[in-house]
Design a protein around this ligand. Structure first.
Ligand code: PLP
Length: 454
């Protein structure tokens, strides 16, 4: 048995091209070899368990091992395994309807398989919409530094993380970036609110400087997630909505991470009481049990696509796996679980509980700021609290390693923003219990204490 496990691990190094991974070191240290998941825990082939405080890639919101979802997928595959997305089937219809009702939006939903595809669809819809309402020169899409929007060409170009683009030029034309609000590193003379105004003003200035008649859309995450867990000042998002309205710019919210309970409300934008024009979802929409994403489009936009068969107005876009029967069936059941167990509320409570548990860590010399909402939490680490110089990568690696040795997997915004890969990230499954939360807090406190001793 042992030999089979070793063989398969070696095969994994020899044949699998792992995401975001430098392969030479794998010769001596193969990737974690995980064989099972249950609740918030994953188990390796040696029987070690790890509290997955990242929920995979921030996606296993309802936790691992939900047999109910496996049964739903099996039933759906047995009944209807696949359907061309030009036709319709009950699960896709019910899921689209459910999403619109939950969001309280009159609109239409385009399904695909990943967050990148959802954002690509959003960009194409925004451009085509502008053209079809007679705004022929509006093609530019503005996004923000630090944000991640995906790995396909347009989504990567919209991404505001320089390292992810090295080696892939030329990127997609027509994209530009503005800085997001970043309260922790704001200008010292500004209050958080003034900083929020200033950051929103940058969008308005950029639209004007670029030429209002050239800007199609603005895309943002409600809270920057992978780029370092950055929560905007409370006044920022309402201002962004007003600016987009003022200048006819489509407002796209990327809720790939913040959707489906992650931030303590079912949807991230609910924290700020505005309605985007387009919203993209992935990850938590199916809790990672099946590949699924959604681009939700308000009818104000959709109407520009509504025409007779011979008008060239329709959305000229297809994904083979759009509205996949098994994915949409699982998505629907996943949302039912989330609502039945009130997981957004648990995320809110457990997030507050972890923040409380980490309170004394705020005095640690390497902790600049602990921030987040719900179960999307970040710890910005610094070498010096006054200058805010980021903590050295090797010290951060040591902290993460101690947590791992204690059976807790914590993330980091590595490989993203040059010089600022210094934020530890927690986004555990939303089923987290107090005992699990205690374990995360204990591991972090121990690891930070040890980092001073080394
Ligand atoms: N948008 C955000 C905010 C993300 O975090 C991600 C992935 O991490 C994406 C989009 C892209 O999603 P996917 O990896 O499913 O293409």
């Amino acid at each position: 048995m042992q030999t089979v496990q070793e063989d398969i691990r070696q095969l994994g190094v020899d044949s699998l091209w792992h995401a975001l991974t430098q392969h030479k070191p794998l010769k001596d240290k193969p990737p974690m070899h995980i064989v099972r998941g249950e609740g918030c825990y994953i188990y390796d082939s040696e029987g070690n368990s790890y509290l997955d405080a990242l929920a995979g890639l921030w996606c296993v919101n309802v936790g691992y091992g939900r047999k109910e979802l496996a049964e739903i997928a099996k039933e759906q595959m047995t009944e209807l395994a696949y359907l061309a997305p030009t036709m319709s089937h009950p699960k896709a219809i019910l899921l689209a309807d459910k999403l619109l009702k939950l969001l309280d939006i009159q609109g239409h939903v385009y399904f695909a398989s990943s967050g990148s595809e959802a954002n690509e669809a959003a960009f194409k819809i925004a451009r085509q919409y502008q053209m079809q309402i007679g705004q022929y020169r509006r093609y530019k899409i503005i996004s923000r530094h630090r944000a991640y929007h995906g790995n396909t060409f347009a989504a990567m170009t919209a991404t505001g993380q320089a390292e992810r683009k090295i080696g892939y030029d030329p990127l997609a034309p027509g994209f530009l970036h503005i800085p997001p609000p970043y309260p922790y590193r704001r200008h010292e003379k500004l209050t958080v609110e003034e900083h929020g105004d200033y950051a929103a003003q940058m969008l308005e200035d950029t639209i004007i400087y670029e030429g209002v008649e050239t800007v199609a859309a603005f895309i943002m995450e409600p809270m920057i997630s992978g780029g370092g867990v950055i929560v905007p000042p409370d006044n920022y998002i309402a201002k962004i909505r007003q600016i987009c309205d003022r200048y006819g710019v489509v407002l796209i919210f990327d809720e790939v991470v913040s959707g489906f309970g992650r931030t303590g409300k079912l949807f991230g934008h609910w924290h700020w009481g505005i309605k985007p024009d387009i919203i993209t979802f992935a990850k938590g929409i199916s809790s990672g049990y099946m590949p699924l994403s959604a681009t939700v489009v308000s009818n104000r936009i959709f109407e520009a696509f509504y025409g007779e068969a011979n008008e060239l107005k329709h959305f000229r876009h297809v994904n083979t796996y759009s509205a996949h029967p098994a994915s949409t069936a699982v998505g629907l059941a996943n949302i039912e679980i989330m609502l039945r167990e009130d997981l957004p509320d648990n995320a809110m409570r457990m997030g507050a509980y972890i923040r409380e548990g980490l309170k004394e860590l705020e005095d640690h010399p390497y902790v600049g700021e602990i921030r987040g909402k719900g179960l999307l939490l970040g710890i910005e680490t610094v070498a010096d609290k006054t200058t805010k110089e980021p903590l050295a990568g090797s010290v951060i690696a040591g902290i993460l390693n101690t947590c791992k040795e204690m059976g807790v997997l914590i993330g980091r915004n590595g490989n993203t923003v040059p010089g600022l890969a210094n934020v530890l990230i927690m986004a555990p499954p939303l089923v987290l219990s107090e005992a699990d939360a205690d374990k995360i807090v204990h591991a972090l406190k121990t690891a930070f204490a040890k980092s001073l001793a080394s």
